[in-house]
Design a protein around this ligand. Structure first.
Ligand code: NAD
Length: 245
């Protein structure tokens, strides 16, 4: 009797984690924080982005964030953000995005399962009642909490230097089960995110970095150099054609 030949399909990825950094939003016109023309060249982080700076001079930190908001609100997602969203819509794998970015471009590209480990520029948090409110407008030391009416207790819901990241339990869970870890547009300097690739690799994941420049990190199996708005759509298209997602 005729027997159909069995073909072995490549092992599928079931859990994919993207770690995105400022470089994925650079093609959308948002400055990175390091290097030429970067934000830290214009504003010293010690004065505008540390927990101590907020205690010392909250008005200065608010003013810095208010200034960023205008540019961030105008930005539109680029082909790299869209590629992640397309992969999420086209694949059976569980796909999550851990982003160091405080912009909302992944959401604007319709990505789901997006975790902002450094917070979001469009959110403020009340130090009195803990409520988190969406706010694209300016905030200052006189802003009143819309929930408990406290005066002067609102802070940006952004992780300042020397503060712990958000979503730690979720991150731990995702890095335990990930089988493909893809970092995009990140300098690998800011910890703990810079250590995620090592954890993923130790847990058996394949690790890939797409970045504009090489970085000193041996935790990646593959490094693809180039503009993420070009390299990521190509990477996603190849992944979709590989039969592995
Ligand atoms: P970073 O500025 O330290 O590094 C960005 C990396 O992206 C660099 O290695 C650079 O070579 C690369 N890059 C630049 N343009 C690129 C492109 N077109 N394609 C691919 N790669 C490109 O940023 P980071 O590693 O994300 O860490 C710094 C911190 O800065 C994070 O905490 C993040 O919260 C914050 N940040 C966020 C935004 C944002 O929300 N858009 C912008 C700037 C900084």
């Amino acid at each position: 009797m005729y027997k159909e030949k069995q073909t072995t399909s490549p092992p599928a990825y079931q859990n994919i984690v993207f770690l995105t950094g400022a470089g994925i939003s650079a093609p959308s016109g948002l400055d990175t924080f390091r290097g030429k023309n970067s934000i830290w060249n214009k504003y010293p982080p010690d004065e505008v982005a540390t927990a101590e700076a907020f205690e010392r001079n909250p008005e200065r930190v608010h003013a810095f964030i208010n200034g960023l908001k205008a540019a961030f609100q105008k930005a539109k997602p680029n082909e790299a953000h869209k590629a992640i969203s397309l992969l999420q819509q086209s694949s059976k794998a569980d796909i999550s995005v851990l982003t160091q970015n405080i912009d909302t471009l992944h959401e604007q590209a319709n990505s789901k399962n997006v975790y902002h480990i450094h917070g979001q520029i469009n959110q403020i948090k009340c130090l009195s009642c803990g409520c988190i409110t969406e706010e694209w407008g300016s905030v200052n030391s006189q802003t009143i909490c819309p929930s408990c009416n406290s005066l002067g207790k609102m802070r940006p819901n952004i992780v300042l230097f020397h503060e712990p990241i958000l979503w730690t339990e979720k991150v731990e869970k995702l890095l335990e089960t990930v089988d493909l870890f893809v970092a995009v547009g990140t300098s690998g300097i800011v910890f703990p995110a810079a250590g995620f690739a090592k954890i993923a690799k130790t847990n058996g994941a394949e690790t890939v970095l797409l970045n504009a420049e090489t970085i000193e990190n041996s935790d990646f199996d593959e490094i693809i150099i180039g503009n993420a708005a070009e390299t990521l759509p190509k990477f996603v298209s190849e992944l979709l054609h590989s039969g592995k997602v």
